[in-house]
Design a protein around this ligand. Sequence first.
Ligand SMILES: COc1cc([C@H]2SCC(=O)N2c2cccnc2)c(CCCN2CCN(C)CC2)cc1O
Length: 390
Amino acid sequence: ETRHKFWETQPVGQFKDIGDTNLPEGPIEPPTLLSEVKQEPYNLPNLYEWINCDISSEEMCNEVYSLLANNYVEDDENMFRFNYSKEFLRWALQPPGYFRSWHIGVRVKSSKKLVAFITGIPAKIRVRDEVVNMAEINFLCVHKKLRSKRLAPVMIKEVTRRVHLENIWQAAYTAGVVLPTPIASCQYWHRTLNPKKLIDVGFSRLGARMTMSRTIKLYKLPESTVTPGFRKMEIHDVPAVTRLLRNYLSQFVVAPDFDENDVEHWLLPEENVVDSYLVESSETHEVTDFCSFYTLPSTILGNPNYSTLKAAYSFYNVSTKTPLLQLMNDALIVAKQRDYDVFNALDVMENDSFLKELKFGPGDGKLHYYLYNYRIRQALKPSELGLVLL
Ligand SMILES: COc1cc([C@H]2SCC(=O)N2c2cccnc2)c(CCCN2CCN(C)CC2)cc1O
């Protein structure tokens, strides 16, 4: 059967190796010579051709946006589908040092219709004490009408080939399904901000013995944030936020190795894409804490009253002076002020310490993290993971 037929051929931790502590941690296969990397693209089925998607082109960005909006990840009951915005896609795919050749589309030769997509972006990721140049692989999407044509394996091989051509030999990716072999398995949590809408659209259900007014009261938040010195991040804060974040992330087994350019790209607020706040001490003007979330709406499938759910996703948060609980409550307050319906978080980093207390509820699925061509001695606890992929 094809279950993992593909993944058993790849340099990834294999299920049969679990627990074999003799296997060393680190790259599974050595780099090959660039001249030995396959120079030409893999073959696609006859009707289809590869296309480099220039995401900065309005027309191409529209095509990618529409393919994802109609064919990308849905929840397990097919009630919601991610609706990544165009500005979000440009942000996610054009970080410092990005390669346009890693934004790979498959289109129908005759109609030129985009029917599949997969992307990579370069990222420096630390695994314990090793900083490794990796590709972060994301947005693997095959049109609903072309599923189980075994397109995904050839797309994964093609993006791998193009990553190898740039002399990069490791990758990081996530999936809602279990493949060989997760380095960590995390749980989604959701904090209701707009209970009436979430119940109307079936995202959440009225609790037993709970009325709607009691539920609205349960999730009510203060009108304004409570932490003195809590303010939006600005460009002049980049050096201080970089120091704060690098120091904080050093405690995790796997985490991004952000420099100031990365922090400017990934964390400087951008309308409708990413929001970042910090706490500046009024006496010392020192930046002591930081919180951020990104904006990823979801299309509501088949509801007469609402078409979109506005969701915020916890990104990177650092608390050195303000208790994390209070800092994240201020993030919820700002998200509510900005009309988000729900605030999502994974149980990574120290998130477990505030999820239940801030009234997050567990979600419908797990998110499994993977490394390509890099073995980890044993799976990590979510609290050992300091990496959030979009
Ligand atoms: C409905 O509950 C969840 C919905 C989602 C996602 S899936 C698409 C979507 O629009 N979502 C959404 C909707 C509204 C608000 N935030 C997110 C998630 C995150 C992904 C869950 N993976 C999806 C794929 N399987 C295989 C595993 C679980 C969690 C939820 O507990």
